[in-house]
Write a protein that binds this ligand. Structure first.
Ligand code: FES
Length: 381
């Protein structure tokens, strides 16, 4: 299938060339959050603070229906995510269904629960790609950050097994003040494990990470050193390792187009079946979410009230409306705007034009200079 194309708004006049209401015909990817269960307890987890328990998770058949509807809608990829998606005993069946309906499948995992027999089963079911998260390269630090003793050797063994099975591998490193100084080691580890891509993801400060901001915020000097490491590695490793890297919001002057823009590239289904424009959207009060299985995914994508709320540019405050970057950053991150200003419609404080931007930088500089506190680990309440 070809990549997502655009269709004009058919509900609101004027219909053509309306940047407010035009929307992609299909999401690029379905983010299937199969579960919030996880053996790790990372203090920056992107899951909501109030998580869905096992009893509230969607059954196998509904997940299959979700994937069928996503493929019919024109979606190209499914990312099996969590929590830890391999806690689901039906994962092989879900992977096989993704292959059957023509979705490219990516498993986002910590790798600590999968032995070689299970990996072989997932590969045989048609899994296309695996992404493994690393907390650090230093074993004691990695296992303290993830809150699971013995995790690191299991991750390393899993990554080697992935490559031996012939599956493509991406490493994901969430970086912060407690591991950023070992970014070069993380790049070396990616090469050693045969990864073709490394995602260097600075912590996003909402939900669990906001609770741990002071323990995670890097200094500006750390950031500059890390950016230089990435710049050099990108040149030296061209053709061997792709490195994705985004500057952390608190030290940025332009906001990132979060999720590639609200309701533009991703459709997320959480473990209980709520369909979300982004994984943290439930933190925004007043949004109305529909459920997979109750309403067709195509209708939710096209007209779901939560997707319409911040799609395009029509919702933007006047400061953003008059900005030449508005159709590049799509207003940045709504969840961050809410978390930092109390108003989800405000200009993202990561933007230098925001009246809150100076405060944001001051918070980063103050907290990164203070002593590192204890983590609040991600746990079911
Ligand atoms: Fe929700 Fe950025 S995380 S819009």
């Amino acid at each position: 299938r070809s990549a997502a194309t655009w269709k004009p708004c058919s509900r609101t006049w004027p219909t053509r060339g309306c940047s407010t209401h035009d929307r992609p015909r299909a999401p690029l990817a379905l983010l299937a959050e199969l579960t919030h269960r996880c053996p790790l307890a990372c203090p920056y987890c992107s899951n909501p603070v109030e998580m869905v328990r096992a009893a509230g998770e969607l059954p196998t058949e509904t997940w299959k229906q979700v994937m069928t509807e996503a493929a019919d809608l024109g979606c190209l990829q499914v990312h099996f995510s969590g929590g830890e998606p391999t806690v689901r005993k039906d994962l092989e069946e879900l992977v096989a269904h993704a292959a059957q309906v023509g979705l490219y499948s990516n498993l986002i995992t910590s790798g600590v629960l999968v032995d070689t027999a299970r990996l072989a089963g997932l590969s045989a079911a048609g899994l296309d790609h695996i992404q493994v998260s690393f907390q650090d390269t230093e074993v004691a630090s990695a296992e303290r950050i993830g809150g699971l003793r013995g995790a690191q050797p299991r991750k390393l063994a899993f990554c080697r097994a992935v490559r031996e099975a012939g599956l493509p591998l991406t490493l994901n490193a969430v970086v912060h003040r407690q591991n950023l100084d070992r970014l070069q080691e993380m790049i070396d580890l990616s090469l050693d494990l045969g990864a073709s891509r490394l995602e260097v993801a600075h912590v996003q400060y909402y939900g669990w990470a906001l609770k741990n901001r002071a323990a995670l915020m890097p200094t500006r000097q750390q950031l500059e050193a890390a950016t230089a490491v990435v710049d050099a590695a990108r040149v030296a490793l061209k053709g061997r390792l792709v490195i994705d890297y985004v500057v952390p919001d608190y030290y940025a002057s332009r906001p990132k187009p979060c999720m590639g823009g609200w309701g533009r590239r991703f459709i997320t289904v959480n473990p209980s079946g709520k369909v979300l424009p982004c994984h943290a959207a439930e933190s925004i009060p007043g949004l109305e979410f529909q459920r997979a299985g109750d309403v067709p995914l195509a209708d939710i994508w096209d007209w779901g009230p939560a997707f319409e709320r911040f799609r395009g540019t029509g919702w933007m405050p006047s400061l953003c409306q008059t900005c030449e970057h508005k159709e590049r950053d799509w207003g940045g991150c709504r969840c961050q705007a809410l978390a930092l200003t109390g108003d989800a419609t405000a200009t993202d404080p990561a933007c230098a034009k925001s009246p809150f931007h100076r405060d944001l930088v001051a918070v980063a500089e103050r907290e990164s200079a203070a002593d590192v506190g204890e983590f609040v680990y991600r746990r079911f309440s």
